[in-house]
Design a protein around this ligand. Sequence first.
Ligand SMILES: [Mn+2]
Length: 378
Amino acid sequence: MATLSEKGRQSTPSLAPVDYHAGDARTCVSSPAVAVRAVFADALGRFEPGAPVVVASHNDADGLSAATILARALEGASRPVRTRILGRGENPWSDAFRAELAADRPGGLIVSDLGTRQGAILPGLPTIVIDHHVPTGTPGGATLISGHALDPIPTTSLLAYWAAGAIGPTDDLLWLAAIGLIGDMADGAGFPEMGEARGRYGITALRAAVSLLNAPRRSASGDPGPALALLMTANGPKEITRGDRPEAEALRAAKAEVSAALAAGKRVGPKVQDGVALVRFDTPCQIHPLLAQTWRGRLKNEVVLAANAGYRPGWVHFAARSARDVDLIDFLARHAPPGADENYGSGHAAASGGALRPADWNIFVRGLGFGPDHEVPA
Ligand SMILES: [Mn+2]
């Protein structure tokens, strides 16, 4: 595995070493952008020439913009590319995705903003993992371009923007990097690219575009198609916010749908028991993180659990937040039901959650002291 993890940025030129292929001489670089471009160029050179590249990415604004940056850059260089946005319950390190790739037989795979896990995604397939989450493993023989050790931590879209410099000119892709920066970091502070994008495209239009692009993944359909289609062809955020194409209309409809679901969810009162506030509701929309955040602002002493049994059939998805200084990863680990797996209790100390089968959910809430009226039909 080639690992890129380096401290320091353009503003503070450092000669921090970069692991650039195990065994090779250590390469000294002056900025993460330069390092990312070099590592990406090298890894792309090992893809099968002329064969399609699959770009798999997350369905939020950062993942969508990262995928778009990479796909547009590759298309600009006349390389065939297929974009695959992963949705709810999907994960590249799964048998389902492995089988899909094996049938597709691409010449290379780029996986962006989908985490960094243990093992090869498809053994033998040249793979680049671009990500900024805390790695939970080493992705086999893939080239890993990880931003998590940088300070500040870049978004995946910004890493993709730096990487795309290895393929061709990136000037028209800058606004896409900004979409991801706003999506994951709100203001993108600490990155000169954000200041430049703000000056060229306007922060208001960029923020409004992010809000629309994040709506479909929270809607019942979860369809990333319209957002991706707009990003692939637009020349700036206003073509998303003011567009009259059907795809732009679909984003506005998704946003209205999620707003209505959230308004209904806010009318559900929490049940408090032994320091835990439980908000139980059923909707196909992914509003549980938003609702948990809302109640975190109102309940100063409780661990808030917002639980949604309508999001994915056969599962209870929940978000955990607390205004108190509680390590939620630790809290959930201490209360884990026997059936909890990797879908339960990951994330951050301050923002966690998970998904449980109804039978396991019922054991979980019983263990927290809630009565049978809070259980979900198994
Ligand atoms: Mn991200």
